[in-house]
Write a protein that binds this ligand. Sequence first.
Ligand SMILES: Cc1cc2nc3c(=O)[nH]c(=O)nc-3n(C[C@H](O)[C@H](O)[C@H](O)COP(=O)(O)OP(=O)(O)OC[C@H]3O[C@@H](n4cnc5c(N)ncnc54)[C@H](O)[C@@H]3O)c2cc1C
Ligand code: SF4
Ligand code: SF4
Length: 1012
Amino acid sequence: MIPAISQTSPVQGLYLSFIDTLKSCGFEGDLSPDYANRTVLATDNSIYQVLPQGVLYPKNIDDLVKIAEVSNMRQFQGVVLSPRGGGTGTNGQSLTDGLIVDISKHMNQILEINVEEGWARVQTGVVKDQLNAAAKEHGLFFAPELSTSNRATIGGMINTDASGQGSCVYGKTRDHVLELKTVLLDGTEWVSHAMSDTELEAVKNQPNRAGQIHRVIDDINNNYRDEIEAKFPKLNRCLTGYDLAHIRDDNGNFNLNNILCGSEGTLGFIAEAKINLLKIPKYTALVNLRYSNFDACLRHASRLMAAGPTSIETVDSKVMSLAQSDIIWNTVGHFFDDDSDNELAAINLVEYTNDDEEQLKSDIKRLTDQLEGTDASNPSYGYSIAYGADVGKIWAMRKKSVGLLGKSKGEARPIPFVEDTAVPPENLADYIQEFRALLDENNLKYGMFGHVDAGVLHVRPAVDMKDPDQEPMIRDITDKVVELTDKYNGLVWGEHGKGFRSEYATTFFGDLYPQLQRIKAEFDPRNQLNPGKIATPNSGIPLIKVDEVVTRGQEDRKIPVKSWQAYQEAVYCNGNGACYNYNPNDAMCPSWKATRERIHSPKGRSSLIREWLKQLAERNIDPQVESEKAKQKSFLVSLLPRIQNTVKKQKGEYDFNHEIHTAMMGCLACKSCVGQCPINVDVPEFRSKFLELYYARYLRPLKDYFIGGLEFTIPYLAKAPWLYNAPLSLNPVKKLFAQYAGMVDSPKLSGIHLDQALAEIGVLYAVPENIATLDAEQKNTSVIIVQDAFTSFFETQFLLDALKLLKALGFNPMLAPYKANGKPLHVHGFLKQFKNVASKTADFLNGLNYSEIPLVGLEPSMTLAYRSEYKKVLGEDAPKVQLIQEWLAEQDLSDKADNFSGESFTLFGHCTEKTNAAASMKDWSKIFSDLNLAYKEESVGCCGMAGTYGHETQNVDNSKAIYALSWEPKIDQLNDTTQVMATGYSCRCQTKRLSDVEVPHPLQALLKAYQQ
Ligand SMILES: Cc1cc2nc3c(=O)[nH]c(=O)nc-3n(C[C@H](O)[C@H](O)[C@H](O)COP(=O)(O)OP(=O)(O)OC[C@H]3O[C@@H](n4cnc5c(N)ncnc54)[C@H](O)[C@@H]3O)c2cc1C
Ligand code: SF4
Ligand code: SF4
């Protein structure tokens, strides 16, 4: 059995006492010195991994003031702190071996939107897309763009002075900041904004830290103007990190915000921001140009700028081919397909926006006329145009690029360390040619994409950082790229800030660097805030070097190759944070959204599994060997040690396994991560492996046996449904069930006698004697419905309705005899039992193959288990079972259209289905369209039920919270004219339970719409 992991890296006494002092000062937020939180926040999206001493989650600005004041106490002046937002930095900006101050968990409220004046006031933990969703209702948006807009915070954007696509028109974050409320390290709350000279003089005269800061910065501006002018490049992506060139803004006002923007948490905690909002352009379009040569594509981009677009973005073939294998291709593929023989080596996405549709069309026509003309200098070989909502889909594909690169096969995977260089756009193609030659010389593979209009191209070379021989490349390549950017008048830190790459600042700034140090010294004289980045407070303290920090590769190489390979579904998480998606109407990831705790996200869970594998390796434990042992050990033999270990657990004995267990138990096993994570991190898979081993050491809760055994007991109970239903209707039984069996609101058996009902509607079981009676023509129209426990026993009427509809459509549906699917066993980590069930059921279903009648399932997650969980244990022996809509969409239904009528139909899709079989949603669209019925798919997140998750007592609150995020408001807004439908059994159950609304399956809705 796995050992208890009782010793991990202990928290230093200084930090424990800092945390205790905060507690006694009335800190209201969360103080988390536990190893799970420390582990999960030890990485961002950089190559580094730095274990913090703890994580502080302030609840409000007073908490930030308390942190600052306590850190100012004499005994705590050695404490270091790093503010953190979404943690999407690519250079370790928010990493620290001190305390992380995560502002995103609680301080994420939009405080005010002033529509008339066009601004918003927000807490800085607000996510950029969250703000834009709220602003959109008023026709406004926060313009600076970035690929991580669904998870990066306004605080993070301010502190990295973020910008991205569209920056040539909209500029950087600092161009949109009106006011900042910053907590300085002495506890002062300082509100900064552009100031006239009179105001500045008044502040300079204040005998406090704010006064001193203003005196010093004004002095630098007055006395070093020529040096600043000479040093700061005139680029769209000028400089982040104490932007001396903009101490005075374009109107000549003194503006401290321009120093704070891009300061990477080294000057203070920015708590609130008042930011500018712009009007959303009414019309947008993208011209998508295809090229067979990347260099030609880049060179063409600079000429295309003359056509006056809002932005131009380039993506190379590597990223495009990865996108083609991703779920996202379903939504955009048709814009890039063509039947020419050209090999797609790159694309340029040329964006136009306008409030005047005619003007927009004429701008596009000017460009397309040029492309179609005889212009010999046009190297593209084709284009498509996307308008409106399709533009967003193509941008989503482009935004996913970095994540997609992580999907590359092999151990050398693209990593960020020279990924955001900026050069004048006119130099970009030549610069990139040399850059590529440098990477080729070092035999490095890479993918490229970026903002060619601004001269920024993202390049992630593929390096296996676990290999000590490859690690020195970080230094070599970075040094050479710094030289190269210098040669082309550019910058190595073009977009994503400096972080642990700050060391190059001393050479770059030369004589100006001490002026940066003066600023740091005024804000943070003891170097407590994010030390070693951007600038240090005095010449005696060096900046941290790129190769001085612990890397993730150094930690990962401690995991034995065997374990690394056995847990592939976890270890390749590249930390890009796409799973921290804020959007409540997106499937990824409900447990994170409901809790806002990063340990409850796919990234959090994979980080914990990596650490667990490392901890096991340090104890010479091979998890695969333990898994085999666990499978072989009898229940009774293992009982006594498990009881003993559980008693120790109840007495509070520490074991890191418990922290991992908590994180795993929050997972709904909805599988959205599998489909939506760009590298397909599969939490349910490694979660079940972990649970198998955890419960080989500790006792399982009773409910696991109840849920795992349900598929086997339910056919017997269904014979006498009252025996199950009646007690479950009694309040005392319900209470006992909730308390001791850990289950609430258990669904009732339908009580329909299936055999009788089948006979009534004339449907036969798919058994050899019945199949043998079919002639060739009957076989052609036959389909075998594979039963699952939920549909057959709890929603029998749906099963019957589905069969009736299929008959009405002219098919001959047959019902496969009931077999357990085993998915609940897999979810709960009964892996041995799952394998047994899967083998038997697969044998049975494969045995029906001789009939050549298609096998089809009704319940999405159970049906998809045959191609996912089954495939993992059985390989090619996994049975081929289609989703009902996959099969139905292949049939010709057009001659039945006249039999159907109905106003409109709206589908609320099931998470697993939408994310793991993306085309299946289009299939419903085709079916309804073939039947001439108006159909739309609603964007919804998770319903919060996910099998039995929502019925487990410990999950009820989270289940309700998840439902309230997306389903509840959408169900509340239903009107009578649309027939809402849901494909998932869980979703229908949850909607009935929490909104008291009966939502039919699409097949039931179609049956209702059918007239003889
Ligand atoms: C896949 C990918 C694509 C990216 N694309 C872009 C892009 O297109 N454009 C772009 O500009 N960047 C991009 N980035 C980088 C990153 O997303 C941005 O830098 C973003 O602004 C960081 O926001 P965050 O909330 O994640 O901040 P974090 O990473 O948490 O923090 C960033 C810095 O801000 C500081 N900080 C955060 N909040 C506060 C606060 N309230 N007070 C004081 N300091 C604070 C932190 O200490 C840290 O130094 C990308 C990153 C990834 C992984
Ligand atoms: S789990 Fe996937 S989406 Fe989340 S950080 Fe890891 S790779 Fe990115
Ligand atoms: S299965 Fe669902 S709940 Fe679990 S980690 Fe993946 S997305 Fe989150």
